[in-house]
Ligand binder design. Structure first.
Ligand code: NAD
Length: 264
């Protein structure tokens, strides 16, 4: 049989380095035959993203800051010129002021609330608007969420509110775009040590807690998120849209910490 992603062209947004979740997804998509383009946020990241793109045979590297509409427009204009069509987009982008990912949600400022929701939630809609006209044979749009959207997690604060809005927008976009055979889903990943995660207070404790209490008794890897993404991005997932797939070693199913957690 032909490779799962043969003939599919996709845009990967959110690679910062080789620990990025977007990179885990890019590797799996490329390994199964997808052709990829990458965005990078500013020149400082280009030197990290270029060698990774080369590793998966991609020479399409486009600067993109999602707070800038013109920069998103330029990405999709370049893709239209180069490919003429698009099959999938991976949106693995989030940001909040580090100082507000510590302490109380109560203290969130108006400015950081707006910025966090803009970058971490609205940008997925902004990107979808530009991707849709290129998805001539249907497509798959995928974003990344976290359990802090559903339940209160320590220090996640305004990012939890942004992820809740993101998960709701996945459902609205799925309903808008279903008639065009464009599917919209999110993966709710368990905690993984990445650049973005380093901004979250007590992150090492969160990792340890998940390891001790998740049904699989361990944390997940970016490769495992990549595997699940492959299902949603490929034709294996053609019956799935508006879904939030937990790739978290089962943590979200557990209602109470194990009694022996403290002893381990
Ligand atoms: P990462 O730091 O590797 O990736 C975050 C990316 O967001 C970076 O590439 C950064 O350049 C990009 N970004 C931030 N602001 C941007 C802007 N204005 N314009 C364009 N790009 C911008 O970290 P990651 O953990 O791989 O994060 C990817 C996604 O996964 C995020 O949405 C994050 O919330 C989500 N997520 C992470 C975890 C975790 O524990 N690491 C768990 C669940 C969900």
């Amino acid at each position: 049989p032909a490779p799962l992603m043969a003939g599919k062209r996709g845009l990967i947004m959110g690679v910062a380095n080789d620990r990025s979740i977007a990179w885990g997804i890019a590797q799996q998509a490329a390994a199964h035959g997808a052709e990829l383009a990458f965005t990078y946020q500013g020149d400082a990241l280009l030197k990290r993203v270029r060698p990774l793109a080369e590793q998966v045979g991609s020479d399409i590297l486009l600067p993109c800051d999602v707070t800038d509409e013109a920069s998103i427009d330029a990405v999709f204009k370049a893709l239209e010129e180069r490919w003429g069509k698009l099959d999938f987009v991976v949106h693995a982008i989030a940001f909040s002021d580090k100082n507000e990912l510590d302490g109380l949600y109560l203290n969130t400022t108006r400015a950081n609330f707006a910025r966090t929701l803009d970058i971490s939630c609205y940008s997925f809609t902004a990107v979808s608007q530009r991707a849709v006209p290129l998805m001539k044979d249907g497509g798959s749009l995928l974003t990344l969420s976290y359990y802090g959207a559903e339940q209160v997690m320590p220090h996640y604060n305004v990012m939890g509110v942004a992820k809740a809005a993101l998960e709701a927008s996945v459902k609205y976009l799925a309903n808008d775009l279903g008639p065009q055979a464009i599917r919209v889903n999110s993966i709710s990943a368990g905690p993984i040590k990445t650049l973005a995660a380093s901004g979250i207070g007590d992150f090492r404790f969160i990792l340890k807690w998940n390891e001790l209490n998740a049904p699989l008794r361990r944390n997940v890897t970016i490769q495992e998120v990549g595997n699940a993404a492959l299902f949603l991005l490929s034709d294996l997932g053609t019956g799935v849209t508006g879904e939030n797939l937990h790739v978290d070693a089962g943590y979200h199913t557990v209602g109470m910490a194990r009694v022996d957690t403290a002893a381990e």
